[in-house]
Design a protein around this ligand. Structure first.
Ligand code: NAI
Length: 289
């Protein structure tokens, strides 16, 4: 199967790895050449770590790497069976990419978005053949997280839905088919996890390290909310909250946090920029036990 991934950032790189590991021929496209170089280097590191842990051997590393080519024009994606878009979380930008993409690929190509919160129906409406558009929402990091939400738009055909579920299952992921509502299942449930933690911080009842520690130690979460927001990236996480809030007609349950907005404005995007809630260049604060 020929798979194209648009956007070679955090998610696109991970999705390309998943598809390549399953034996697909993958083309990874990004407007920014540096992102492609970074993606290639980071894949090499990830695969080397898997070799160290004896999860794969050198031949497997070569096979996965050889299954991915890095391209810098949208035209290069024309022979794809499936295209997965993982670019910036902005509806207008995504709609523009989809409508351009549709003119380049064959009639039967499935066009998917990895959006966390935007309307798949609205993205599909930017295409002449909206029945081939679907949401395929991976979680971060895509190679490790088992769950994938598959989200049909109201225009998506049954055939495209079935083929997509089959493909993602063949990639050894667990599929949850979700309706096209803001944040789908997981990102909607996750909003109060972040926003209530932000409120506790803003109200001064506990510091971030203590909130993170409590949720991990007592709540059984793998990461605390502040660690997780830093990991996801505040640009992505904040926009998702804003989108869900707006899409639910400004329901106060989903109200975004000004504290997080300021981080975005400052460019403190989390781990990817070296600083978010935590400063990753310094020793991290300890919880108050
Ligand atoms: P990112 O910022 O790491 O990567 C986005 C990449 O897209 C960048 O390399 C950028 O150069 C490229 N790009 C932007 N516009 C483009 C265009 N028009 N054509 C080609 N490339 C373009 O973002 P990330 O975190 O990978 O998120 C991508 C998508 O995945 C978003 O829709 C986000 O909501 C979704 N997502 C993010 C998750 C996360 O934890 N970060 C989890 C699940 C979904």
């Amino acid at each position: 199967m020929k798979v194209a991934v648009i956007g070679g950032g955090t998610m696109g790189s991970g999705i390309a790895q998943v598809a390549a590991t399953s034996g697909c021929q993958v083309k990874l496209f990004d407007l920014n050449n540096e992102a492609l170089i970074k993606s290639k280097i980071s894949l090499e590191k990830v695969l080397d770590r898997l070799i160290e842990k004896q999860k794969i051997d050198a031949a497997e590393k070569n096979r996965i790497q050889n299954n991915i080519s890095y391209v810098n024009t949208l035209n290069d994606l024309s022979d794809s069976d499936l295209v997965i878009e993982a670019i910036v979380e902005n509806l207008e930008v995504k709609r523009k990419v989809f409508s351009e993409l549709e003119t380049l690929v064959s009639e039967n190509t499935i066009l998917a978005s990895n959006t966390s919160s935007l309307s798949i129906t609205s993205i599909a409406a930017s295409c002449q053949k909206p029945e081939r558009v679907i949401g395929i929402h991976f979680f971060n990091p895509a190679p490790l997280m088992q769950l994938v939400e598959v989200v049909p738009a109201i225009q998506t055909s049954e055939e495209v839905l079935n083929k997509t579920v089959q493909t993602i299952s063949d990639w050894k992921k667990v599929v949850a088919v979700a309706k096209d509502t803001p944040g789908f299942i997981v990102n909607r449930v996750a909003r109060p996890f972040y926003s209530e933690s932000l409120r506790i911080l803003e109200e001064g009842f506990a510091d971030m390290a203590t909130i993170d520690w409590s949720l991990k130690e007592m709540g059984g979460f793998k990461m605390g909310p502040f660690e997780l927001m830093d990991f996801i990236g505040h640009d992505v996480n904040y926009v998702v909250t804003e989108t869900v809030f707006t899409a639910f007609y400004f329901d106060p349950r989903y109200k975004p946090s000004l504290t997080q907005k300021r981080l975005v404005e400052a460019g403190y995007l989390g781990r990817k920029s070296g600083r978010g809630f935590y400063d990753y260049n310094k020793e991290l604060p300890k919880p108050i036990e």
